[in-house]
Design a protein around this ligand. Structure first.
Ligand SMILES: Nc1nc2c(ncn2[C@@H]2O[C@H](COP(=O)(O)OP(=O)(O)O)[C@@H](O)[C@H]2O)c(=O)[nH]1
Ligand SMILES: [Mg+2]
Length: 442
């Protein structure tokens, strides 16, 4: 899958020229976040680092460390981060069936059986057994290599739910397993019937019956395999995000200037990430500070409404904040140019700061070039709700907010300096959490 980039990978090119899209995978289970020496581990887009095996596209199942039988908790050795890039290639159901039939029909009776009836029933039983195995083995491979929900990183779980809807992934895997079980039981049953035939003719009839029955089941229920193929295709194409790298996450209403700030702050050119459930791409860039690398990402704008009414774009923002090691750069547009009134922005801001108050945080007033010229006053603003805090917010934004303009570059140096401090602090947080986690494990 990543073969075309193996040259770059083997060269271990430092990421200075490819900063916008570097990534890395972790070892260990996801609650343990480790600090990384990114200067030695980063490569350009689509190149996995040497800490992680590059999975070649293969229909064969690849061995995966299993969870302990005695516990429901993910085993420490299960490597499920970056799981979407490890998904096996799924064959279309029609191809599995054709290939299995071809192989089964080539199976010969055991040598040296002189009796015609015996030889025929031996051939029939062996062919049915072969067909059953050729159908069931790929399905078993998929079931072993598509990670179960609990072994996925919570962010990956959110992406699956946002993309396919809650429970669909598990439902498809369940149907593939049901098909596998049916193929095994029907295959065994018909092979056994065939082995008991009393004449050559009966053996032939039982063989044909068994072949037809297995084909019928696979044709009828093979859609589950095709659904799995579709899921794998979509997940493999998902933007690759480093799940452990300290990440600066820009949050705010739509059009407040988040993407413009991502471009401004990124060391390289940010990449546009397209998620299957979003219509607008999300910018993902990188910031390099003293050989340390950080992600900087746009998020879809948040509107003033409750979670039940939020669309997938907004849910993605909440998933990023909930599950990635993010520090927040909250962007406020007090000019009104973004289309959402400062009062509404204030409401959303209050909610997000309550919810993610444990995050490292920086507030930015964007478009301050416009503020000086002509601060827009919204006629829809409700005077009664204009309590002191809101009045202050509308005038100067939250306490300590930095005023920035990407147009006239006002406040850019201060913002860059504060962002660097924030990210280094985030790095420190991750390191100490990692130490705490490893102490808990030992
Ligand atoms: N005047 C002015 N316009 C800005 C500034 N930053 C962004 N914009 C404009 O605001 C609009 C929305 O910006 P964008 O970065 O796409 O906002 P996002 O939706 O929050 O990502 C664009 O037309 C930008 O050109 C700024 O500092 N000053
Ligand atoms: Mg944007």
């Amino acid at each position: 899958m990543r073969g075309a980039f193996s040259l770059l990978e083997s060269c271990q090119i430092p990421c200075t020229r490819f900063l916008s899209t570097t990534f890395r995978f972790s070892r260990g289970c996801y609650p343990m976040q480790r600090p990384i020496k990114h200067n030695t581990l980063c490569f350009c887009r689509n190149v996995q680092t040497f800490t992680r095996e590059v999975v070649k596209a293969s229909y064969l199942s690849t061995p995966q460390t299993k969870p302990s039988k005695h516990t429901d908790q993910p085993s420490e050795k299960v490597e499920s981060i970056g799981a979407f890039q490890k998904l096996p290639m799924v064959m279309p159901s029609v191809d599995i069936l054709q290939s299995a039939l071809r192989k089964a029909k080539r199976v010969l009776p055991t040598k040296g059986i002189a009796n015609i009836a015996k030889r025929e029933r031996n051939r029939g039983a062996k062919q049915l057994d072969a067909l059953m195995k050729e159908l069931a083995i790929p399905l078993r491979g998929y079931l072993e290599n598509f990670p179960k929900r609990i072994y996925l990183h919570p962010y990956e779980r959110s992406l699956i739910e946002l993309t396919f809807g809650a429970g669909h992934y598990e439902e498809v895997l369940k149907k593939v397993d049901a098909l596998r079980k049916k193929v095994v039981s029907v295959g065994k049953e018909h092979a056994s019937l065939c082995a008991q035939s009393l004449s050559k003719r009966e053996a032939e009839e039982r063989l044909n019956e068994g072949l037809e029955k297995l084909q019928e089941i696979f044709k009828r229920e093979g859609q589950a395999v095709d659904n799995l193929l579709y899921i794998a295709k979509i997940l493999r194409a998902m933007p690759v995000v480093d799940l452990e790298m300290p990440t600066l996450c820009l949050v705010g209403a739509p059009n407040v200037g988040k993407s413009s700030l991502v471009r401004l702050l990124s060391t390289g050119k940010p990449e546009v990430c397209n998620y299957p459930f979003t219509t607008r791409g999300i910018l993902m860039g990188h910031i390099a500070i003293d050989y340390q690398h950080f992600q900087v990402t746009d998020t879809p704008g948040l509107l003033k409404r409750c979670d039940e009414d939020r669309n997938n774009l907004e849910m993605l923002t909440l998933a990023v904040l909930s599950h990635l090691p993010t520090a927040i750069l909250y962007v406020h547009d007090l000019s009104g140019e973004c289309g959402m009134s400062p009062s509404d922005q204030f409401m959303v801001y209050k909610e997000i700061s309550k919810r993610f108050g444990d995050h490292l945080w920086l507030d930015v007033i964007s478009k301050c070039d416009l503020l000086k010229e002509s601060p827009v006053v919204f006629i829809t603003e409700d005077g009664e709700a204009d309590h002191l805090e809101l009045a202050k917010y509308r005038k100067i934004g939250p306490e300590g907010a930095i005023r920035v303009s990407v147009k006239n570059e006002e406040g850019v140096n201060e913002l860059t300096k504060k962002v660097h401090e924030l990210l280094m602090a985030q790095m420190g947080r991750i390191s100490s959490k990692s130490v705490q986690d490893s102490v808990q494990v030992t």
